[in-house]
Design a protein around this ligand. Structure first.
Ligand code: UT7
Length: 324
């Protein structure tokens, strides 16, 4: 199997660090040095995750030279769906003009694309489907406490899509996934599910918005991303020296730099676009992949390692051989 098309989309509304200075006790200098972020894109009131996902999917279809009807299954990785249900993937498939094809969501936060790539690859390799559209899409600005400087500066909105197709070439080399639900409070939006149903008190306390213990999450992110990259390489019988590109989840440039340093990877092998988009959770890796492929940097035969860490806690890596 291989990837035959990639696409990405970010909403038009850009929020710069200087814009944030207008209502938060923060500075462009603090945000830049602590996170590497300069800008992020936020949806407008009348935009939702399925809008971003559909735009990215359309771009991937054009890139692949395919019609939506050529796709057998639609998967959206997101923790900011349009609704609790139906799944956002159902809305996206219909928006693309496709009826009665399978469509479902994967909700595993920042690791969504890694889990989705593993699931989609399994569906193709087992012969269930020939072509799968996998989209990572988020509207995190809709669940941000815009008055909390420790989270409001970090997150952005966007979508990235890939189309996977059965083929003689074997792009999927190995996957390493992990999860630990013992400390959900490190990164969660807890008030609004069945444990703490939303009510006026929960709304007033902003329990439905993102809460994060940043420093602790940071340390775990570096450890797990280094560990998972090592595991996936060993499963694929490869070494760090074989990596052409590391495409990590874009949570913080310092997390990415530390991960790359532990792995001994030079800057030109590490894809970073965090300055433009901030942390877009499940969308960050497919957006970065799409930008890297579309600018012609990726060559046939290149080994790409995708790696992520996020809410759950959850983490994972996929080793992928790029084929033309
Ligand atoms: O996507 C899933 C995974 N997510 C992550 O992995 C995110 C991981 N965490 C991080 O990226 C970082 O921990 C943050 C960017 C969230 C925070 O950076 P930090 O270097 O860990 O800062 P800190 O939380 O240790 O805070 C240091 C200081 C504090 O002030 P005091 O207590 O030292 O006086 C904060 O109140 O920085 C303050 N601070 C800010 N100052 C200006 C926190 N946010 C801001 C801000 N502007 N926006």
């Amino acid at each position: 199997m291989k990837i035959v098309g990639v696409g990405h989309y970010a909403p038009a509304h850009v929020v710069t660090n200087h814009d944030l200075e207008a209502w938060l006790d923060t500075t462009d200098e603090w945000i830049t040095t602590r996170t590497g972020m300069k800008r992020r894109h936020w949806t407008s009131d009348n935009e939702a995750t399925s809008d971003l996902a559909s735009a990215a999917a359309e771009a991937a279809l054009v890139h692949a030279g395919l019609q939506a009807a050529d796709v057998d299954c639609f998967i959206v990785a997101t923790v900011t769906p349009d609704y609790y249900f139906p799944a956002t993937a159902c809305l996206v498939a219909t928006r693309l003009g496709v009826r009665e094809k399978p469509a479902f969501d994967i909700a595993i936060a920042c690791s969504g694309f890694i889990y989705g790539l593993t699931v989609a690859s399994g569906l193709i390799r087992s012969g269930v489907y020939r072509r799968v559209m996998l989209i990572g899409a988020e509207s995190l600005s809709k669940i941000l406490d815009k008055g909390d400087r420790s989270t409001a500066i970090l997150f952005g909105d966007g979508a990235g899509a890939v189309i996977l197709e059965r083929s003689e070439e074997n792009s999927f080399l190995a996957s390493d996934l992990g999860a630990d639900g013992s400390r959900p409070e490190l990164l969660y939006a807890h008030g609004s599910g069945s444990r703490e149903p939303i009510d006026h008190a929960a709304l007033d306390a902003k329990l439905h918005l993102i809460h994060m213990q940043g420093r602790e999450t940071f340390k775990l992110a570096v450890n797990k991303m280094v560990e998972s990259t090592g595991s996936v390489l060993s499963k694929a019988n490869l070494t760090k020296a074989d990596i052409a590109f590391l495409i990590p989840h874009q949570a913080n440039k310092r997390i990415i730099d530390a991960t790359a340093r532990y792995l001994g990877l030079p800057d030109d092998k590490v894809v970073i676009n965090i300055s433009e988009y901030g942390n877009t959770s499940a969308a960050s890796i497919p957006m970065a992949l799409s930008e890297t492929v579309r600018t012609g940097r990726v060559k046939p035969g290149d080994l790409i390692v995708f790696v992520a860490f996020g809410g759950g806690l959850s983490w994972g890596a996929v080793a992928w051989r790029w084929t033309a």
